[in-house]
Design a protein. Structure first.
Ligand code: ASP
Length: 461
């Protein structure tokens, strides 16, 4: 079967299309062990699993059908022509703020027509307006596609290009910036931008979607509406991540770019602020700050763009029984920096110590973070921690491991002088190191509160 007829299908779902000789855009009646379903077979994104077909029912809802339940297929016709995002001219209202959407790829860029369920890359302002007409009530939107990659392919080159593009937009007078991005590494890019774009006068809002827009449960449109509202109207002029707050679509959360992390592989409410509280909530009505210690919006155009990155930096997740040869190998191939995510307060096993000593003696910058994510590195508590520090490891307070990795790459990109690197690393720039963490923040939703006890009872019947 041609690629057009099987678009996005693979594995068992592809075999089913071939076995029953039907394909994408066919109007079919599927007989399954769970009953009969009539609808149009939609193309799929390559992110979707390989066991389901997506059927658009006449009600407008999309359903996933497990191919193992299908017993017969009757083809009634084909309806491709209906599934195109209408490209409407984005209306310009001089009284509304001007927002630029810079696209890098990810699910949010793959499809955005949440009403028709089309699987079409939507990116021009016209396409976005066709798909999410509410955007025109918020701002004057212009768009630029910088890359079209899934976010595991983002890296130093992309970070720098993005930082420069943001600098240019700020210089040109934009009121706010939205960065469309895959969710998987959004928190890495958010911290790269937080270090590379300092003192921004306008909000820089990263957004993505966990569920593609041909699914009724897609978060693409709402996240985009929230992010655009933030870029257009928020007083918070920082690098933020804007994604679903609770599991419902009640509100979005704005997380500081250096304190956020993707915490669930598939839930829409996956991004959580770690070691702190989120900056704000956002609804269609606007942004409600949850705290006041943020950089406020300004009208000047002063911004520092610092697009540097040394890519011979690595993040080493310690595990018991790590052998020293791993560290020797990293040094031998020329790495200049290592961030270790250690156990507990910041530990690694004794056999690794000599390798660490060799590495620091060879001029490799080594920084310690904690695997626990919440809490601080404390290397004075045990002798082992003191020993490690004597060997040259530098603790990074409560910087998240990924953030420390990005910051070390950024700092070593500017200078080889390890004292200067240390001063950059340990001087907080945008919330990556904080004086204290909310002491019980990590307990939220883990029990001990009446509503959580109720929840526990429901889960563990
Ligand atoms: N794998 C995708 C990415 O990060 C997932 C997403 O877009 O949410 O690019």
């Amino acid at each position: 079967m041609s690629d057009e007829r099987t678009k996005g299908y693979r594995g068992e779902s592809l075999e089913t299309l071939e076995a029953f000789s039907f394909g994408v855009w066919d109007d079919v009646i599927l007989t399954t062990t769970r009953g009969e379903f009539r609808g149009i077979i939609l193309p799929r994104s390559e992110f979707d699993d390989s066991r389901h077909l997506v059927l658009k029912l006449s009600t407008g809802y999309n359903v996933g059908i497990d191919v193992r339940t299908i017993t017969a297929v009757a083809i009634k016709g084909s309806k491709e022509a209906h599934y195109k995002i209408p490209e409407k001219e984005f209306p310009v209202s001089p009284d509304k703020p001007y927002v630029k959407l810079l696209g890098t790829g990810g699910t949010i860029a793959s499809r955005l027509d949440y009403r028709t369920g089309a699987v079409i890359p939507a990116f021009s302002p016209g396409e976005l307006y066709g798909a999410v007409p509410e955007l025109a009530d918020i701002c004057n939107l212009s768009t630029e596609k910088l890359f079209g990659v899934f976010s595991e392919n983002m890296g130093p080159h992309e970070y720098k290009t993005l930082a420069r593009a943001i600098g240019q937009e700020i210089e040109n007078g934009i009121d706010g910036i939205v960065v469309g991005h895959g969710t998987d590494t959004m928190h890495h890019t958010a911290s790269a931008l937080a270090f590379m774009v300092q003192n921004s006068p306008v909000p820089i809002v990263m957004v993505g979607s966990q569920r593609s827009s041909d699914r009724p449960s897609s978060d693409a449109a709402l996240n985009l509406i929230h992010a655009t509202t933030t870029a257009a109207t928020s007083d918070i002029a920082e690098v933020m991540v804007c994604m679903f707050g609770p599991t419902s679509d009640e509100y979005g959360l704005l997380h500081r770019g250096t304190r956020v992390r993707k915490m669930h592989s598939s839930y829409r409410s996956t991004f959580r602020t770690i070691g702190d509280t989120p900056l704000a909530t956002v609804t269609r009505e606007g942004v409600v700050p949850l705290r006041s210690d943020y950089n406020p919006r300004r009208t000047d155009r002063e911004v520092a763009i610092l697009p540097t990155f040394e890519d011979r930096v690595t993040l080493l997740y310690y595990y018991p029984n790590m052998h020293p040869d791993i560290i020797d190998a990293i040094v031998d191939v020329g790495y200049k920096g290592i961030v270790i995510a250690g156990t507990g307060l910041g530990h690694v096993n004794k056999p690794v110590y000599p390798a660490i000593e060799r590495a620091t003696a060879a001029g490799v910058a080594i920084y310690m973070t904690v695997q626990t994510l919440w809490g601080y590195v404390h290397m004075f508590v045990y002798d082992t921690g003191r020993d490690l520090m004597a060997k040259g490891i530098i603790p990074t307070e409560n910087m998240l491991p990924e953030v420390a990795y990005i910051k070390l790459g950024w700092a070593l990109g500017q200078t080889d002088d390890l004292e200067k690197v240390k001063s950059l690393m340990l001087t907080p720039i945008c919330g990556e190191i904080t004086e204290r963490e909310p002491h019980d923040g990590y307990l939220v939703f883990q029990g001990g509160m009446p509503e959580i006890e109720d929840f526990m009872k429901r889960v563990h019947k």
